[in-house]
Design a binder for this molecule. Sequence first.
Ligand code: IMP
Ligand code: MG
Length: 182
Amino acid sequence: MKKRVRLHDKTFETYITEAQIMDSIRQMGRQISEEMQGKTPIFLGVLNGVFMFQSDLVKSFDGPCEIGFVRYGSYEGTQSTGVVRQLIGLDVDWLRDREVILLEDIVDTGNTVEQILADFSQAGLARPKIGTLFFKPDAFQKSYTVDYVGMEIPNAFIVGYGLDYDGLGRNLPDVYQIVETE
Ligand code: IMP
Ligand code: MG
């Protein structure tokens, strides 16, 4: 039975359950743990959408690690504006010579991560690894590789588990998809 929720002017229905999300996060956690053996990575999350994913991922990471955040913004409503603004920047001295895993809730067009990679490069930092819970391959327009992907999804707008529609929906434990026809 699908659940529906109304946020602002739009209706959304359940699409990916909390249990499915947790399975894919635990799998990613195991993979990163194996690859990071003997290292102390920094999990650098892109706020705000990443907060739930980052929290669950680091709990399934087996080993020492540090945690930090950056904040970038590009979305207005359900569309990317294409202009990515830095709101909380990179702590360059802390990140230098560290194993950094940049964490996103979702990689859509890829603009946000591209801008962050440019900022790493401009600061003289090595390219970080990139991990995302959701990936929209049909929207992605970039040439860089996303190292860790939780789930690939079709090109539709989703909310829940950290992701929002104009500020709402981040607290929903499941992921909901927009209902286009009502
Ligand atoms: P990109 O720059 O187009 O890759 O988009 C990245 C950012 O846009 C993500 O970190 C999200 O904050 C937001 N975003 C992209 N797709 C969605 C979606 O389907 N729902 C909610 N936010 C999204
Ligand atoms: Mg985000």
